[in-house]
Design a binder for this molecule. Structure first.
Ligand SMILES: C[S@@+](CC[C@H](N)C(=O)[O-])C[C@H]1O[C@@H](n2cnc3c(N)ncnc32)[C@H](O)[C@@H]1O
Length: 337
């Protein structure tokens, strides 16, 4: 049996007290039997079959592989959803979830439990040094027109820390950035993570590596709280929306994509889908920055690798007319993927 949040489950406090002491008249209260109290917190771990069903469900939805070693972790995380929803068994919760439309908030709550959201500003400092000292000057030097553009995608952005780090570096390193057309898009499968990113508010832990002068220039400290809010100078460059990396992103090409600390949980087949989707929106000569343990080197063999974490897409290739299909007189140009 399933219970929505507002339902009274048989083990809810009000029902329990009635069950223990009935309303019978007389001096000695009559003890009436009650259903045994089953708290989700007392449930044993998921069975092997349940683990397999949930693992398949998570894989189909996100590309993330849950290994059998994650049994305890999955059980702990599921118990939290059972407690929240008032559902009493893992199987009932599975039936409940799989009948919901994909955009139902319970799907997001479930995915939030089983995915890792760890992130902070200026994570992997060496990459941000490259971003400030090499990438931004190159972008500034290679654009001749009156309006310079810069398009960055923080794929799997969690609460937006990577996107705001890029915005900080741009505001600090490009003196004329206000005259640029800048887009920093952050996307994540988690709706709650994206909503949090939109608030542009960061706690002490997320801010711990932000240089002091950047903190002063680009963030407002919220009084009586250990949190900072990004100033409009940063929020003006950033935008966030929900997106599953297993699906193509409908966007114009980006100059740089961050794809960090997400594919470590994917199997090879899912990694291939994600890499294809990402490279489809990376412009020729554009850069891809991956996490230190992303495990995608084999899938990026067609790109130039200058660091274990830094790849550059090949320039667009012009196919010579003589070798183009059917000897086209137009000399077809084919982007090489
Ligand atoms: C550990 S965080 C990484 C955040 C940031 N990129 C960083 O390195 O600090 C991983 C994020 O990947 C997201 N994620 C997992 N599967 C995803 C998918 N299929 N599509 C988009 N995002 C996904 C999770 O919701 C989570 O917020």
């Amino acid at each position: 049996m399933l219970f929505s949040r507002s339902d009274k489950s048989p083990s809810s406090p009000s029902n329990r007290s009635k069950g223990v002491l009935g309303d019978s008249p007389g001096l000695v209260p009559k003890i009436v039997p009650i259903e045994p109290i089953v708290s989700p917190l007392n449930l044993p771990q998921v069975t092997d079959i349940e683990l397999q069903r949930y693992a398949d469900l998570i894989y189909r939805r996100t590309g993330v592989r849950i290994s059998p070693q994650k049994k305890t972790l999955l059980s702990n995380r599921l118990r939290r959803r059972l407690k929240e929803t008032g559902i009493r068994t893992y199987s009932d919760y599975y039936e409940y979830l799989t009948k919901l439309p994909p955009n139902h908030p319970e799907w997001d709550a479930f995915l939030q439990e089983i995915t890792t959201h760890e992130t902070y500003l200026f994570r992997d400092e060496v990459q941000w040094r490259w971003f400030r000292e090499k990438f931004l000057p190159e972008m500034a030097a290679t654009q001749a027109g009156p309006i310079k553009t810069l398009r960055i995608w923080s794929a799997a952005c969690s609460t937006g820390d990577e996107a705001f780090t890029a915005a900080c570096c741009i505001a600090a390193a490009l003196p004329d950035f206000r005259s640029w057309r800048i887009t920093i898009l952050g996307t994540d499968i988690g709706v709650a993570a994206v909503e949090q990113a939109k608030t542009a508010v960061f706690g002490e832990r997320a801010m711990r590596l932000v240089p002091e002068d950047y903190k002063k220039r680009f963030f407002d400290k919220i009084p009586n709280a250990m949190v900072w809010r990004a100033k409009p100078i940063l929020t003006g460059m950033t935008q966030f929306r929900q997106h599953n990396l297993m699906e193509p992103l409908r966007e114009r090409p980006f100059d740089l994509v961050f794809l960090k600390n997400v594919l470590i949980y994917f199997d090879n087949a899912s990694k291939q889908v994600v890499v294809k989707n990402v490279l489809n929106v990376l412009r020729p000569n554009g850069y891809l920055v991956v996490g230190p343990a992303e495990g995608v080197g084999d899938l990026l063999r067609n790109m130039r690798r200058s660091q274990p974490w830094l790849y550059q897409k090949e320039p667009e290739q012009v196919t010579p007319a003589a070798t183009s299909p059917a000897g086209s007189l137009l000399g077809a140009t084919e982007p090489r993927r």
